[in-house]
Design a protein around this ligand. Structure first.
Ligand code: 1HS
Length: 255
């Protein structure tokens, strides 16, 4: 352990599984106290328990990021249990397939509520304390779906485009408070629930191989590879980065 985030208290939303779990584990390994928040409270508690067993300080709480009362109360509880919040990873997100002509209003609303409003609300919960202390880092998990059009993913692409835009806007508002706001944009991660659902969905074999063929590296990401980028953005090694977006997509958007 090199302690790249030692002494920091960091909240990871959607930390109860998938990429959020990998990020929470790596941050804990590198010395952070981690507030794991997830709509699946049992998942959050399970991750926090395993981090604690490995010697880290952690608490797991159930909260939906799109519900202000729930997320603000969970953030407050993390602060009480682990100390002032230094970092927030807006990782909670949902995805669904669908093009605009067949858009289902309920699914559209859910994706925008969690992926966009969730970033706003979780950030709103931690920003006043960070502004007062004049220090903090917020990392938004965006996606290459916010940078290029991915077939059959209208709502998800729109939501991640909004996350990228919000990242730049928030960087402008909070730089003078010593708060850095950045994003990372992964491509598909094969091992997470989201990735498995996407890749195991009802697409034709042709659509599936067309998806993989877009990656010059010829494979999808692992959660650990993406977690390493999150760690960098949260650490002081990235102290001049704000409003930036780090792309991790095996070359997809480069070609
Ligand atoms: C869920 C993930 O953010 C999807 S974005 C990339 C989709 S694809 O290029 O692998 O089809």
């Amino acid at each position: 352990m090199t302690g790249r985030v030692s002494g920091k208290t960091i909240i990871v939303t959607g930390g109860g599984g998938g990429l959020g779990r990998a990020i929470s584990s790596l941050l804990a390994e590198e010395g952070a106290a981690v507030g794991v928040i997830d709509v699946n409270g049992a998942g959050a508690e399970d991750v926090a328990r395993s981090l604690t067993e490995d010697g880290a300080r952690s608490i797991g709480l159930g909260a939906d990021v799109s519900d202000w009362r729930a997320i603000s109360s969970a953030a407050r509880q993390v602060g009480e249990a682990l100390g002032d919040i230094d970092g927030l990873v807006n990782n909670a997100g949902v995805a669904a397939l669908g093009s605009v002509h067949e858009a289902d209003a309920e699914s559209w609303r859910r994706i925008m509520n969690v992926n966009v409003s969730g970033v706003v609300l979780a950030s709103k919960a931690v920003l006043p304390g960070m502004m007062e202390r004049r220090r903090g880092v917020i990392l938004n998990i965006a996606s290459i779906a916010g940078l290029v059009g991915i077939r059959n993913m209208a709502a998800y692409c729109a939501s991640k485009g909004a996350v990228l835009s919000l990242t730049r806007q928030m960087a402008a508002d909070y730089a003078s408070f010593g708060i850095r706001i950045n994003s990372i944009s992964p491509g598909t991660i094969a091992s997470t629930e989201m990735g498995l659902r996407l890749l195991g969905g009802d697409e034709s074999p042709e659509a599936r191989s067309r998806r993989l063929a877009r990656y010059p590296m010829g494979r999808y990401a692992t959660a650990e590879e993406i977690a390493q980028a999150a760690l960098f953005m949260l650490s002081d090694e990235a102290k001049f980065a704000t409003g930036s977006n780090l792309i991790l997509d095996g070359g997809l958007t480069a070609v």
